[in-house]
Structures are given as C-alpha cells and as structure tokens.
Design a protein. Structure first.
Length: 391
C-alpha cells in the first residue's frame, strides 16, 4: 500500500491533490491513501470561516468547499485529524468521526479506523495544560476564547485512546509528542526555523510538544507516527525498550512551494481494493465511554466505568456489525450550504448554531447510544440537512 502523508493542509486541497497526481505520473505508481496531520480547514461557507481561530489575513475560503459541494471529488481517499486552525463547528458535528466530504474522512476528536487491514489512529488538536482536564463545554456560536479552547486536547479523548490494545500501524497527531526531539537531530529544526527563539527555548527546556501525545506514543507503540503544526520537517526513531519495537516519527510542513509538506511511503498490507471501515475495538471503546462524556467544564468521571469490561462491549459491537452486514461508515450528507462565489451564503440560509449530522446520529443509533453533542438544543433550532448539489 502506498500512502502519502501531508503536514498542514490549510484548506489547499487543490494543490495537494495536484502534487499527488504529479507524483503518480512521475513514479507510474498509484497512491492509495492520503493522510493529513491537521489544520485541514474543512470550511464549507462563510459561517464556518467565522469559527476558525486565525488572524484575519489567513481567513480565506480556499478550496475545501468545492469537494464538500460535489463540484470536485477527492481523487485519493483522504483521512485527516483536526489541528488548531479548523472550522470547529463542522468538526464538532463529526465528533465521533465521519465523512467531511465525499472520499474525505475525519477521524474525530480521537479515533481509530481501518483502511484495508491497516489500522490508523489519531488525536486532534493541540495541548494546553490549563484545559486538558476540562470537559467539552464549548458550543456554537463560539466566543473568542472558545474558538481556541475547543481545539485543545482533552483527557477524556486521550483516555479512550489509552484503552486501545490491538496493534496500531499509523498514528496521527497535530501537536508533536513531548520531547520527541530527543530522538532526532533537533538542530535541523532550528536551521529551518531560524531566529525562532521561543522554539529554541522550548526544545532546550524540554517543553516542546504534547505530554498526552507522548504518553500515547509509548503506550501504543505504532509503526509510524506523523505530526505537523510547527511547519517544518523533522524525522526521528523511537526505540521502545531494549530490543522492543521502533516507531518511525515524521513531522511535515504546510503546503507551500519549496516546502517539505508531502511524503510518500509504502507499508506492507493485504492486496486491495482498499476502503475505509469502522474499527470494532474503537466502537467498543466509544460505547463504553459515552456514558461519561463530559459536556461541561467538569472533568469526566472516568472512575465510574472502570468496572465495565471492554470485552463485553467488543462482543456486542461485533454482533451488531454482523447484523448490519458492513463496517463501512454511514454515507456523507450535507448539513450546510456550500460556499457560492457568486452570492452570499446568507441569502436563503439562516445560521442557527449546532446541526445534528445524520452520520453521527446513525452511528449512535447503531451503537444504541444517546445523542449528547448538544443535548440542550431544542429541535426547532436545528439546521435541516441540505440536499447535495452536484455540478
């Protein structure tokens, strides 16, 4: 299986896919999957753009809306996690993971999926110790503080990932694992990021990166770990104990000319065709943890589910999926009108906050779980799914 890894997308799908097409022609080999390490910016319209935490000069529609609308189709199956510059209102609709556009899959705030027989896990966001133990209290429309806090990693999501026991092949995080620079030539980073005194200080004082991501790295021990965020290329190899497995780490830049934003590698796998599928163990973890989903500032009461056996949930999930007859994710559905460069999105559309995404509702129905993402929202305020517009 040939997989392309991209650092920060920043909504520039057109150029990334054009680069992939060029590489396929040069190598005369098909790329089976594209994975993106955050700052994907799945901005559907002007209202989504208001939810992105970024300086005004960076707030642009870019090209995701074309793929969301159906005007263009992603030529390669694409999997991404969230970073710290996202349309967080849209990603919250897909908290458990789902299709952000046809052939473009969001892993969720945390998640594990299968692509063929390859297991891919990921953690969205970046680390901030002041918010780590809080619940997911943010709700649209976000104030200025919530635009930022909504993308901080939370203990609840990391705790779910720490439950994973079956081997992970590829793991994605936007933030680098804490002190990952110990395992590579960190001076190369400073050569790329000249005169960045804060970055140099964080490296030298062993403060660079996410502590929860580092804990996951040493717990899960994946074959590959990919990150972005710092906008530079950095490689490392982590030996897990004497004679133990090795994780190959790679961070990549953002999509700009002359920058190292893309890497293609091959991984042993069963022969294709390949497709994205739900992961049974992850669905079992989701089912176990959903009863303590923290939706206020209060931390999750994780102690209250310690007695529940994950194996019982796993057997239940396997039986349910067997009855359903497929592990494919539920189909993509538009939930907001796509951007139209010839008229304002405000014409004929009233933004009324949170929207229940039918994919999320269908997954929760499958798992026989209640919908909790905005339990205070009244039904009359919900945005109805939009019929998909094709060009």
């Amino acid at each position: 299986m040939r997989i392309a890894v991209e650092g920060c997308m920043h909504g520039d799908l057109d150029n990334v896919y054009a680069t992939l097409s060029h590489l396929e022609k040069v190598d005369n080999k098909r790329i089976d999957l594209l994975i993106c390490c955050g700052d994907f910016q799945a901005v559907r319209n002007e209202e989504d753009l208001k939810c992105v935490a970024a300086p005004e000069k960076y707030l642009k529609m870019n090209s995701f809306w074309k793929y969301y609308s159906g005007q263009q189709l992603a030529p390669v199956p694409t999997v991404f996690i969230g970073g710290n510059h996202e349309a967080s209102n849209y990603l919250w609709e897909l908290y458990y993971g789902g299709w952000a556009a046809p052939n473009i899959y969001f892993l969720g705030s945390a998640g594990v999926i299968k692509f063929g027989n390859i297991r891919i896990g990921g953690l969205s966001g970046i680390y901030n110790k002041d918010y780590y133990n809080l619940g997911h209290y943010e709700r649209v429309p976000y104030n200025d503080e919530e635009k930022r806090s909504v993308y901080y990693e939370r203990e609840y999501d990391v705790s779910k990932l720490m439950q994973v026991k079956e081997p992970i092949d590829i793991f994605l995080s936007h933030d680098w694992p804490l002190n990952i620079t110990d395992y590579g030539n960190w001076r190369e980073i400073l050569q790329q990021k000249k005169n960045n005194l804060r970055l140099e200080s964080d490296i030298c004082n062993r403060k660079l990166g996410s502590k929860p991501a580092a804990e996951l790295l040493h717990k899960l021990k994946p074959l590959y770990w990919f990150s972005a965020h710092i906008h530079c290329k950095f490689a490392a190899a982590i030996q897990h104990g004497e004679g133990g497995p090795v994780t190959k780490f790679l961070a990549l830049d953002k999509c700009l000319p002359g920058r190292s934003f893309l890497q293609v590698f091959e991984i042993d796998s069963e022969p294709g065709p390949y497709e994205i599928r739900y992961d049974e163990e992850w669905l079992a973890i989701t089912r176990k943890f959903n009863s303590v989903f923290p939706l206020t500032r209060k931390p999750a009461q994780l102690w209250s589910i310690q007695s529940e056996k994950l194996q019982d949930h796993l057997e239940w999930v396997r039986s349910k999926l067997k009855t359903r007859g497929t592990q494919k994710p539920f189909e993509f559905v538009q939930t907001a009108p796509p951007y139209d460069p010839y008229r304002s999105v405000s014409q004929g559309y009233v933004f009324s906050g949170h929207c229940r995404n039918p994919q999320t509702e269908s997954l929760l129905e499958l798992l026989e779980l209640p919908y909790l993402l905005n339990d205070a929202l009244q039904p009359q305020n919900l945005v109805q799914p939009m019929p998909m517009r094709l060009y």
